[in-house]
Design a protein around this ligand. Structure first.
Ligand SMILES: Cc1cc2nc3c(=O)[nH]c(=O)nc-3n(C[C@H](O)[C@H](O)[C@H](O)COP(=O)(O)OP(=O)(O)OC[C@H]3O[C@@H](n4cnc5c(N)ncnc54)[C@H](O)[C@@H]3O)c2cc1C
Length: 560
């Protein structure tokens, strides 16, 4: 009988989910074999080392493969895969580095498929493709939910930098273990082991060897290898700036129609929509969908079609004097593009409040996702703003907070919020609406402790011991990086297509005999879509619509 090595201690009590860990039929196995190579494996043989890039997928014909998390000399079994099962998770789609080691517990036989062969298989074999893709996505979700991955973040619930780092990891769907210095008793020992102190938090430990003190988003992306597989040197058919709904739609349509697409994203896929607790008016989701889930699906879809997304890679300048166009990124690298879709959206307007920056992430928030909801559970909160995003946040936070105060300058919500949200707010006894009221002061120490609001008609001020404020007061376009290259309107949104006057085209030296296409800017082959575009409807559906429509014009200009 062949040797079977002992399994490491299991991380999960029992393995669940037949959809995440399915067993393929013999017919499926036979069809897969023609896409890869059959090979023997020996007991103890390491097939994938944690941290290696572009790893293959192994379909087990016989024997057992263990997926193992290693932390120094300690090992944990993440999962075992037997005959008919297969290895791999979201990194099979993204090409990022492997999170775990894979090794054979027993001698046997596998079919080895390179990443490109898995992509080809998914395109050709729809039924098998659906089983693999679903399993890869569900496995990643399971890892994220259980905090099992290749990174440990040690932070403090009172630190803005910790909140930012957690948000970055969460919104990029990267699994990590979070250790809070205030809540976990053995943190100091952990910090000592890596020669860092409490004052250094947040601290990120990548693959149990590299230690980063208070890392930037770019540092985190580099340490975890988010962008390792991306080639920045060749000229792309299309570079999309921004991975919000508009940019991801452009990436999905562009890549699925055969274009070589690169997306640059400052932070994480999803844009503003990613900070929404529940989007209820997007077609096809009758019970609503969280912004993060929508973003994660779109991100995977774009990558599945071959689009590449450079994370923590901001466009800092458009080099519009040259052809092909080029975009400079904050890391100093320059990417070249035959066409460009600007989908850089908008960001929250910041009210002129003294000490606002001091409390950002330490009591002042700009999005209401489950993470912020957790931070203010059981407390009173204030929401400033009367738009749909403020309404959604109020209804969402009212589930866990003791009371939600909505402050609006107007006399009501009717002009700024959808009727269905207004009704929910009116019917919810946990939410109070304060009209003609504005926030005037924020006070605290290392975090927000108290605040004051003023009723603008009476001038009366009210001080409250409230330490959580959500600012949702409209948005300004992310266009400063365009710096004179294309025509903007008075509020700095990008002007496109029929909105461009003859004078604007003349002063921009529009070089063609045809007029600009719909969504085309004053630069031929450069388009603007979604919230960043002058006159656009600020909604997820319209952003997605514009992102997809722009691709038909991209094709036309590529053939010009
Ligand atoms: C809390 C909230 C709730 C909402 N709820 C709803 C709703 O229920 N229904 C609805 O229809 N709409 C809703 N909206 C509006 C909707 O989210 C936006 O209309 C939509 O996200 C716009 O998509 P976009 O892709 O054009 O821009 P954005 O979502 O703003 O995305 C732009 C992306 O570009 C990136 N970026 C910016 N500058 C650069 C740069 N220089 N380089 C690289 N990347 C860059 C940003 O990081 C961002 O990821 C909500 C908005 C918010 C804030």
């Amino acid at each position: 009988m062949s040797e079977t090595l002992p399994a490491p201690t299991a991380l999960f009590a029992k393995v669940r989910n037949e959809r995440a860990f399915p067993t393929l039929s013999t017919d499926h196995l036979a069809r897969i074999v023609s896409h890869g190579r059959r090979r023997r494996v020996e007991a103890g043989e390491v097939l994938v080392e944690a941290g290696s890039a572009n790893v293959p997928c192994f379909v087990v014909v016989s024997g057992i493969l263990d997926v193992v998390q290693r932390d120094g000399s300690t090992e944990h079994l993440v999962i075992s895969q037997g005959a008919g099962q297969f290895t791999g998770e979201a990194t099979m789609i993204s090409g990022r580095r492997a999170l775990f080691q894979i090794r054979a517990r027993q001698a046997g036989e596998v079919v080895e498929l390179e990443r490109a062969e898995v992509s080809a298989l998914v395109q050709v074999e729809a039924e098998i493709g659906a089983i693999l893709m679903r399993a890869f996505i569900l496995r990643r979700l399971e890892l994220v939910t259980s905090g099992v991955g290749d990174a440990v973040l040690i932070g403090s619930q009172h630190s803005a930098a910790t909140l930012r780092a957690r948000e970055f990891l969460n919104r990029n769907g990267h699994p990590y273990t979070y250790v809070d210095v205030e809540r976990e008793s053995d943190t100091e020992a952990l910090l000592r082991r890596f020669h860092v102190g409490v004052a250094d938090v947040p601290v990120l430990i990548c693959r149990s060897d590299r230690v980063l003190k208070n890392p930037t988003n770019q540092d985190i992306a580099d340490c975890l290898g988010f962008n390792d597989a991306i080639d920045r040197s060749h000229v792309r058919d299309l570079v999309v700036i921004g991975a919000g709904p508009a940019g991801l739609a452009a990436a999905v349509y562009g890549a699925s129609e055969g274009l070589d697409v690169l997306v640059l994203e400052t932070a994480a896929p999803g844009g503003q929509a990613g900070s929404s607790s529940r989007i209820e008016n997007y077609l096809g989701f009758p019970t609503g969908i969280s912004g993060q889930e929508l973003a994660a699906r779109a991100y995977t879809q774009a990558q599945r079609f071959g689009a590449e997304v450079l994370i923590a890679g901001s466009a800092t300048a458009l080099l519009c004097e040259r052809k092909p166009y080029a975009i400079r990124t904050d890391s100093g690298s320059v990417v070249s593009a035959r066409t460009i879709v600007i989908a850089s959206g908008a960001q929250y307007r910041k009210p002129a409040l003294h000490d606002l920056a001091r409390f950002e992430g330490a009591g002042v928030y700009y999005g209401a996702t489950p993470m912020e909801a957790q931070l203010c559970a059981g407390s009173e909160v204030v929401i400033v703003g009367g738009g749909n995003s403020a309404g959604q946040a109020a209804v969402f936070l009212a589930q866990n907070c003791t009371h939600v105060h909505m402050l609006v300058r107007a006399s009501g919500l009717a002009d700024s919020m959808s009727r269905y949200l207004i009704r929910r707010i009116e019917e919810n006894p946990t939410i109070s609406l304060h009209t003609r009221t504005e926030l005037v002061t924020l006070n605290g120490d290392d975090r927000l402790r108290t605040l004051t609001w003023r009723h603008n008609e009476s001038g009366a001020e009210e001080a409250r011991d409230i330490g959580h404020v959500f600012l949702m007061t409209g948005a300004v376009p992310n266009t400063s990086w365009l710096d004179g290259c294309i025509a903007l309107d008075a509020k700095q949104f990008v002007k496109t297509g029929p909105d461009l006057s003859k004078d604007e085209l003349a002063s921009a030296h529009w070089p063609l005999t045809r007029d600009p296409h719909l969504l085309e800017t004053t630069l031929p082959g450069v388009f603007a879509v979604g919230d960043v575009r002058s006159g656009s409807v600020k909604r997820v559906a319209s952003a997605v619509g514009e992102g997809s429509v722009a691709i038909s014009f991209v094709h036309r200009t590529l053939h010009e």
